[in-house]
Write a protein that binds this ligand. Structure first.
Ligand code: SF4
Length: 231
């Protein structure tokens, strides 16, 4: 596994839990607004963290942290992920997985085996604008659709989330996404913030007022939808 980051404490990444976050490098998408370009297009082997060091850290923190968030990049692409998760779980940790939903078979396998406790899946945009929004010329949405179905029909807690970027998301997209996710448990519209580590610099978020309008649209389909990270 290509671990390239360890945030030793987070009260935000895992809803309701005290956790740490492990960052895995590598992704098959190229979202221009990606806030971790150093894990996607500018991977530097010098930043590798030995997996054993992460496991040692987790052994020491047993009893102090509830869970481990595994994020990226796209964690489901990482060879050895299942073994890593098994080792974490054997220490008593809950596991939250962040994913772009493109590896539905791997997601389904982890969910079926009961190896993840919470999944946060990105919904990048309305289906018609997906390829453009993930920075690819074209993209077959089949796996993303399967991942959505797996979570909506499964038993584990999950959330869908969309990072809203002025250059990519328009009013009609929220209508489309809402219809697509109709009946979902939890859905968050996240404000875009320039991390300074973007794949394509120069993008902008919307004002709170516009985000609230977008929320009203998606709430028609996902009544539990909320805003996140809006100033
Ligand atoms: S935002 Fe997520 S899915 Fe998109 S390029 Fe970055 S890590 Fe990959």
């Amino acid at each position: 596994m290509n671990v390239q980051g360890l945030q030793k404490l987070t009260l935000l990444d895992y809803p309701g839990k005290v956790a740490c976050t492990v960052f895995l490098a590598g992704c098959n998408f190229r979202c221009p607004f990606c806030h971790n370009a150093s894990l996607v297009t500018r991977i530097d082997p010098k930043n590798d963290i030995p997996e054993q060091d992460v496991l040692k850290f987790l052994k020491k923190r047993r009893g102090m942290l509830d869970g481990v968030c595994i994020t990226g990049g796209e964690p489901l692409l990482a060879p050895g992920l299942e073994t890593f998760i098994r080792e974490i779980r054997a220490m008593g940790y809950l596991v939250k997985l962040d994913t772009n939903g493109s590896s539905s078979a791997r997601l389904e396998s982890l969910v079926e085996k009961g190896l993840v406790d919470y999944v946060a899946m990105d919904i990048k945009n309305s289906p018609a604008k997906y390829a453009q929004t993930i920075g690819l010329g074209e993209y077959d949405l089949e796996n993303v659709k399967k991942s959505i179905k797996c979570l909506m029909e499964g038993q584990i807690p999950y959330e869908f989330r969309t990072t809203v970027v002025r250059e990519f998301h328009k009013r009609e997209d929220f209508e489309e996404i809402g219809r697509w996710l109709c009946g979902a448990e939890n859905y968050y519209l996240q404000g875009f913030v320039d991390s300074g580590d973007l794949i394509r610099p120069g993008l902008r978020g919307y004002t709170r007022e516009i985000m609230e309008q977008a929320l009203e649209i998606v709430k028609k389909y996902v009544p539990n939808a909320q805003l996140r990270g809006i100033e």
